[in-house]
Design a binder for this molecule. Structure first.
Ligand SMILES: [Zn+2]
Length: 481
């Protein structure tokens, strides 16, 4: 039995003090204390106040995130709300929906409790704050009220008091994540201007050293693609689900520079390593896109589809997968797209991500990224690739660029490459089935009833393009083995 499920050990007491130095136009500053008491280990008590009087926006609202990543009713976790004025007198308030309060007059102090018992949807554990009797995750984006305008960044200094004090400086408190509980190992390494921090709890078939090695390799690969570092601090937290789950289950979330992997292990070590690499490949991409760019709206089709495809290319480049696996993944994605009865463009489907379109967006987005890569590689004779487009989007829209609509920004950069225009029209703006034979043939790949395969006879150009995709890399390796 893993040490995790030992029923009795010291219940932690966490005391978090937050000093927020708002950098938005209101210049609001708040201070809050978050406390978890021994007698109620799954409840967070929050006592906060505005350091400079009242809300500078003139709002009398106390608003919480009510849904996130498809999980709803978050406001129902908030109870015992008490608002007070500068003299410490209670201020009355109205509430229309749980998690949204409007005070009768200005208030300076706001106190409440949050029920953080793990939700019945186990998938929520990587996306929302939760506390079990012995450990948990605090995500300040769903724990604190939202002040200022949506998307505004708030720098903060956090003092976390458990057995020892911990101070965290964050440029955006709503992206901050803290893992609490016992049985955690922390270590870090510096990579250029960026610090990679690790917080791992529990026993796994992979070692702490494996995590560090993979993260370093993956970070280096994407740094080459995007050229600059997305943030100064990257934190990778790995922990188990709060309850029992099937082997192989996992969920991940990346907020700002904070990557949270909540997972169960795999039955065998090779699978465990393979999956850890896959989890990190996908999530670390998100450090740059979408987290490093100031783009808004539902453009998940892009940052999920292109994350999946980039992760595949990385896996191929580092010999984590075979070329056959690469083709097989793309065949399966194509099949998912072909099966979709209710055909939607990527733009439309992204608006419905959490109401049933998620798999479709991922699959269609990944195949679209592959087609972009094929035509860019072919057009430039291997000198350019989909990574040039990714780099261009990142460079143009990274912070502190002004906030613009994500889909519009991405499509306008794609359309500048004339060879991408048909792909944008047919698959991103349009809802047509993916007819990819001509693009595939550029690389000497054919679509058979068994999926994608490399053609028996290849021209010189097809061989070159296959090698640019990573075919040669794998062939060379399999010959030396
Ligand atoms: Zn993702």
């Amino acid at each position: 039995m893993p040490t995790y499920f030992r029923p009795y050990y010291l219940i932690f007491i966490a005391l978090v003090q937050l000093l927020h130095f708002f950098t938005n136009s209101y210049g609001q500053q708040i201070e809050a204390k978050v406390e978890i008491r021994r007698e109620a280990p799954t409840t967070a008590l929050v006592n906060g106040h505005f350091l400079d009087g009242v809300q500078k926006s003139g709002n009398r609202n106390l608003s919480f995130v009510r849904s996130y990543a498809g999980f709803t009713d978050l406001g129902k976790r908030i109870v015992n709300v008490v608002l007070k004025d500068a003299n410490g007198n209670p201020v009355k308030f109205q509430t229309a929906v749980p998690g949204e309060y409007v005070a009768d007059s200005e208030f300076t102090d706001w106190n409440y409790s949050v029920d953080l018992s793990p939700r019945k949807e186990q998938n929520a554990a990587a996306h929302l704050s939760w506390l079990s009797s012995d450990r948990g995750i605090l995500m300040f984006g769903d724990l604190l009220p939202i002040f200022g305008t949506s998307g505004s960044k708030i720098s903060a200094q956090i003092i976390l008091r458990t057995s020892k004090d911990l101070q965290i400086n964050s440029p955006n408190i709503y992206d901050e994540v803290v893992a609490v509980g016992k049985d955690q190992r922390s270590f870090s390494e510096t990579r250029g201007d960026t610090k990679l921090r690790f917080e791992i709890s529990g026993n796994w078939l992979f070692s702490d050293e494996d995590v560090k090695k993979f993260a370093d390799e993956i970070y280096g690969y994407y740094k080459n693609v995007f050229v600059s570092d997305p943030v100064k601090d990257v934190s990778i937290r790995i922990m188990r689900f709060p309850g029992d789950v099937q082997p192989g289950a996992w969920q991940a979330n990346t907020r700002g520079g904070n990557i949270t992997l909540v997972s169960s292990d795999m039955p065998f070590k090779t699978q465990s390593l393979q999956r850890l690499h896959e989890q990190l490949r996908h999530e670390m991409f998100h450090l740059w896109i979408p987290n490093g760019v100031n783009l808004g709206g539902n453009y998940d089709w892009f940052y999920e589809g292109f994350a999946l495809y980039s992760s595949l290319k990385l896996a191929l480049a580092h010999n984590r997968i075979r070329f056959e696996d690469f083709l097989d993944t793309l065949s399966r994605a194509h099949a998912i797209d072909a099966r979709q009865a209710d055909r939607l463009s990527l733009i439309t489907a992204s608006g419905n991500r959490f109401s049933g379109s998620e798999t479709y967006i991922y699959a269609r987005g990944m195949v679209t990224a592959f087609l972009c890569d094929l035509v860019l590689l072919s057009h430039s004779r291997g000198k350019g690739s989909v990574f040039d487009v990714l780099r261009e989007i990142y460079t143009r829209h990274k912070y502190p660029s002004p906030r613009v609509d994500g889909s519009t920004a991405v499509i306008s950069i794609m359309r500048k490459h004339s060879e991408l225009i048909p792909i944008v029209d047919k698959y991103i703006d349009g809802s047509g089935g993916i007819e990819w034979e001509s693009e595939l043939s550029l690389a000497g790949i054919e679509y058979t009833k068994n999926g994608l395969a490399v053609m028996a006879k290849l021209s010189g150009r097809q061989k070159d393009l296959l090698n640019s995709l990573g075919y040669n890399n794998w062939q060379r390796l399999s010959q030396t083995k």
